[in-house]
Design a protein around this ligand. Sequence first.
Ligand code: GRF
Length: 200
Amino acid sequence: KRVAILISGRGSNMSALIEAAKVPNYPAEVVVVIANKADAAGLAAARAEGIEAIAIPHRDFISKAEHEAAVSAALHAANADVVCLAGYMRLISPEFVRQWEGRMLNIHPSLLPLFRGLHTHEQVLASGMRVHGCTVHFVTEGMDEGPAIAQTAVAVKTGDTPATLAERVLSVEHETYARALALVASGKATMHEGRTVFSD
Ligand code: GRF
């Protein structure tokens, strides 16, 4: 499967997917990286791997619809089959979601459905929970609401700060995303009527 990755910043999850796709028989290849910010560090990292990397700054467009049309054109030009949002900090419109439903993934730094939205590490610390983690899910119209494909839990440790927690979660995000993308690209995980269906 041909995979497009959308980023806004550092792109460590993007880099992890690029690495995973180098393994023989991995069922996906990364064909393009698109950033909504010209200064996204991930663009240079993708180019260093010989992968087409395009900046399509949202601030260059007068509306979300125009920006998404430009992104959509780049996705079709690359013949992408699957879109991976990785640290992509824009909300996707319902129209765009519908075009890619079942073929668009996102990674969120919490064990959904707990702690949707931003500042999840602060939310976890405030909640007193002793576990935290990340979720890769299919993107649906609601923010951070799509059915999960893969999750990994980590311990919350005494003395944790949002930064130490974020670091521990990020370290498991990379293998979680690689595992989730392989499931979707190989057809072992599909979205059906709003649920993830797993088959071997
Ligand atoms: C990560 O915490 C990820 O969970 C969230 O964005 C953050 C940055 O990810 N989606 P990356 O290093 O840009 O992939």
